[in-house]
Design a protein around this ligand. Structure first.
Ligand SMILES: NC(=O)c1ccc[n+]([C@@H]2O[C@H](COP(=O)([O-])OP(=O)(O)OC[C@H]3O[C@@H](n4cnc5c(N)ncnc54)[C@H](OP(=O)(O)O)[C@@H]3O)[C@@H](O)[C@H]2O)c1
Length: 261
């Protein structure tokens, strides 16, 4: 495959960093996006040394309304076109919705939903013109269930699954594909940021970021629309479909509650 450019949001940690490593390993250049510039610079140096990758680092807060424009401007100024777009950056927050911080709830929607839609909308037309491109949106198995005590996060991931499936259908036959990767609990910084590390959900076996990213990466290359890594997560997704909604809600509430002693 000729050298192409992948833009990965949330590349400073967890799954995003692993996605960046996979693209670099396959010989592609990168646009690395997140807030922590020093982490992105460190990754950029690592990938340059290991694979000769050229990285454009964009340190930006995706919750800011100007973020999409800033990213598009910097990509254009660097003379890059985006062949792979990985909308990976997101965060969660655990707790009762009524007592949650309103600003943080709205930021969650800005990062997990609005930025994903905006970046897709900005970079898709050029992919369609070139008749090739891959969009990988990181959703979650949380996207298949309502999530009491993480209501906004789960709803944001339901948006990502629905949006990506619809987009994939619109893109059929264009040479551009859209994939939603739907991991279960994975060992990254996510649990600590969300305050979920002490929950029953994160008490279970955690997948490792390398294999989850590899699964999503392969699914994206294959143009799979919805990809669920791991047998346990696949089984969970199936049982969610057939179980009564009241049961699904009760189980999700239990999983987001504090760890059983
Ligand atoms: N880990 C899990 O259990 C799990 C399960 C299912 C799905 N997921 C999904 O997987 C994706 C990656 O999460 P992860 O597990 O790798 O979490 P992580 O280790 O916490 O990484 C999150 C990334 O998002 C970036 N980010 C967060 N807020 C941002 C903002 N306002 N502006 C720019 N970047 C921001 C962070 O960078 P900075 O802090 O440097 O900005 C970081 O690079 C997310 O979409 C998450 O919902 C995770």
């Amino acid at each position: 495959m000729a050298k192409q450019t992948a833009l990965v949001t949330g590349a400073s940690a967890g799954l995003g960093r692993e996605y960046a490593r996979l693209f670099a390993h396959d010989g592609h250049d990168l646009v690395l996006v997140a807030r922590r510039r020093e982490r992105l610079d460190e990754l950029s140096r690592e990938l340059a040394a290991a694979h000769g990758t050229t990285c454009l680092v964009i340190a930006v807060d995706l919750a800011a309304p100007s973020a999409g424009q800033q990213i598009a401007d910097q990509v254009q100024a660097a003379g890059r076109s985006i062949d792979f777009l990985v909308n990976n950056a997101a965060f969660g927050g655990r707790g009762a919705f009524a007592r949650s911080d309103r600003r943080r709830q709205l930021e969650m929607i800005d990062v997990n939903v609005r930025a994903l839609v905006e970046l897709t909308h900005r970079f898709l037309p050029a992919m369609l013109e070139r008749k090739q491109g891959r969009i990988l949106n990181i959703a979650s198995i949380a996207g298949f269930v309502p999530g009491p005590f993480m209501a906004t996060y789960y709803a944001s991931k339901a948006f990502v699954v629905s949006f990506t499936e619809a987009l994939a259908s619109e893109l059929h036959g264009t040479g551009v594909t859209a994939t939603a990767s739907c991991p279960g609990p994975t060992a990254t910084e996510f649990g600590d940021v969300a305050g979920s590390s002490g929950s029953n959900l994160f008490r279970r076996h955690l997948s490792d970021a390398v294999s989850v990213a590899r699964h999503g990466y392969r699914a994206m290359l294959a143009g799979t629309v919805v990809a669920i890594p791991g047998l346990q997560n696949k089984l969970s997704a199936q049982s969610i479909r057939i179980a009564p909604r009241a049961v699904v809600r009760a189980i999700a509430a239990g999983l987001n509650s504090d760890r059983r002693k």
